[in-house]
Write a protein that binds this ligand. Structure first.
Ligand code: 13P
Ligand code: SF4
Length: 319
């Protein structure tokens, strides 16, 4: 992929996209923030690669004038909420999220009204409108920590991911009211195929993202956000890992520990559906064009942005 991007000019694109992107970065005073689920070449050109929490912390602290967000829409939107006066670019505006889509503002309003007196903790994988209707935002790396800081007698709605919500319930012993959303990628892993891989690689450990179903999580030695999984795979003495999250993360895992063996957890069908179709809409070419043309840009109505900022700031303070 790296070689293709460097050597093959396509559709009048420059020969060396890496060089052109670096030039544009200086011209625009831009920073490129990339999630681990992006294609390897995007990860290789990024200034910062991280999980949702790390990316929002970087967005909150950047001095750049332009944020090029190589991730999905809700992530770029979070960067815009934190930086209303900066230009935030998303290489492909259609890069959405099945989890965010599962929670519409009208349905969520009715859900909240059906549960009066509940504090709303929302996973960052939701739209700005849902964030604006929430009390505290969390990510997969701080969800347990945040719920633990809420007084025990306070009832809580947790949205939109039922799998992360169930995991938080198990870890905290709290009873949460769960919105029944899920991630199309993390629900695709096959327990049967994971068990078959464990027979084939008896020394291997399963490491999993908490967006996975409990049938997968119960085989995991370690559960965590993408950054936590990366760190664990580096620090562990184990050499073989079955990785139950989007396989884009394996690029960094293999870079950090080239002597180790990372096996992507297989999907139920013989498809590539363990790759996030939304994340993978972004390409190096689209990233270059976004910087060159300063579009597509993330915009938000100011009232929604201001209301969505408060629960994000609470999260950043509690993390
Ligand atoms: P983290 O970035 O928190 O690990 O979450 C993964 C994810 O699914 C992002 O959409
Ligand atoms: Fe959304 Fe799942 Fe893709 Fe993450 S992996 S962006 S939760 S669809």
């Amino acid at each position: 992929m790296f070689a293709t991007a460097l050597n093959k000019p396509q559709n009048n694109l420059p020969h060396n996209l890496f060089e052109e992107i670096s030039k544009l970065k200086k011209e625009l005073n831009a920073v490129i923030l990339a999630h681990y689920y992006q294609d390897s070449d995007i990860q290789d050109i990024a200034d910062y690669i991280g999980d949702s929490l790390g990316l929002s912390q970087q967005a909150a602290n950047t001095n750049a004038d332009v944020i090029v967000f190589a991730g999905v829409h809700f992530m770029a939107e979070t960067a815009k909420i934190l930086n209303p006066h900066k230009l935030v670019l998303l290489p492909d505006l259609d890069a959405g999220c099945s989890l965010a889509d599962s929670c519409t503002p009208a349905e969520f309003k009715a859900f909240k009204e059906a549960h009066p007196g509940h504090l709303v903790v929302s996973y960052v994988n939701c739209t700005a409108e849902i964030k604006a209707m929430s009390d505290i935002i969390c990510t997969s790396s701080n969800a347990v920590k945040i719920v633990q800081q809420i007084p025990e007698d306070q009832p809580i709605i947790f949205a939109p991911d039922r799998n992360l919500g169930r995991y938080v319930m198990e870890q905290t012993g709290r009873d949460l009211v769960l919105w029944q959303g899920s991630c199309m990628v993390h629900e695709t892993f096959s327990e049967k195929k994971i068990v078959q891989l464990q027979v084939e690689y008896p020394e291997a450990e399963v490491i999993a993202h908490p967006e996975c179903e409990s049938s997968v999580l119960r085989h995991a030695t370690y559960i965590g956000s993408t950054t936590a999984l990366l760190k664990y795979s580096q620090e562990s003495q184990i050499k073989d890992f079955i990785v139950a999250t989007e396989p884009g993360i394996i690029h960094q895992m293999a870079k950090a520990a080239p002597d180790k063996h990372f096996i992507p957890a297989p999907a139920i069908n013989n498809c590539a559906c363990n790759e996030c179709p939304h994340m993978r809409l972004n390409t190096l070419e689209k990233l270059y064009l976004a910087m060159k043309n300063k579009t597509p840009e993330i915009t938000l109505p100011e009232d929604i942005r201001a209301a969505a900022l408060k629960p994000i700031q609470r999260m950043l303070a509690m993390s």
